[in-house]
Design a protein around this ligand. Sequence first.
Ligand code: UTP
Length: 287
Amino acid sequence: MRIKKAVIPAAGLGTRVLPASKAMPKEMLPIVDKPAIQYIVEEAVRSGIEDILIITSRGKTTVEDHFDRSPELEERLLRAGKVEIYNEMVAISELANIQYVRQKETKGLGHAVLCAKAFAAGEPFAVLYGDDVILGETPACAELCAAYEKYGIGVAGIKPVPTELVTKYCSLEVEKIEDKLFKVSDMIEKPKPEEMFSNYSILGRVVLPSDIFDILTDLPPGANGEIQLTDAMKILAKREGMIGVEFSGERYDMGNKLGILKAIVQVGLKHPEVGAEFAEYLKTVKL
Ligand code: UTP
């Protein structure tokens, strides 16, 4: 079954990147000249996704404005003969069919995904975490969708990460099936080092069957008192197994100060307009 729907949870408070995220969603933080969430929507579109639901919350209306038309700005650009940037602005609003729903209380990623029940009920869907930008030639979401289409069970985007990060993310019990592809039979959110299954963690992308909504509905709060998506996927993994895909792109955590800096440097160095000058500048920076 081809995956056509995607959910982007973007309702979190972003406390790790305060004060930048106080009045601006962290998902709108720019990587050079594009907000993080636009990279994520573009990845979904490149993966064949047609309908996107963005989960927002109070103070996140700039996300909606970004993917909307902007008649006053567009008219000004046209009058000034800035046709190229005009076309770029219009194209943003035509990227995909985007809808929004508000998560009224930030009760966790699992709770945010549950807000997509009416949107995705009855068919498998992709989840692209709103603060995880993955850059690479092949879109990570497409790699996961291909695995779902092949195996017909839930798929997680995974990578091995250092132990200190596993304890902040989650740990997976994995068994290699083939290159970059694993069977996932169990997982634990924010494990203590002695509870870890492996250094493989889920990073920013999953494709889930709609059964996940029934699991989430009955799920008690987990780590940090939040409804954890990992706890729901653990039930799914134990019930019918899940697939882990070690995606090929590089992931940047825009909910984390160092992640933001790394993303800006990488994209900045490749940027057609400023990349060469930026590289020269970096050579002059004293360490
Ligand atoms: P995070 O756990 O990284 O987001 O969730 P957070 O809660 O904003 O982070 P900190 O710890 O306070 O800095 C990953 C993604 O899930 C969304 C976030 O917006 C982010 O894109 N999320 C998280 C929700 O949509 N709702 C929630 O209740 C929690």
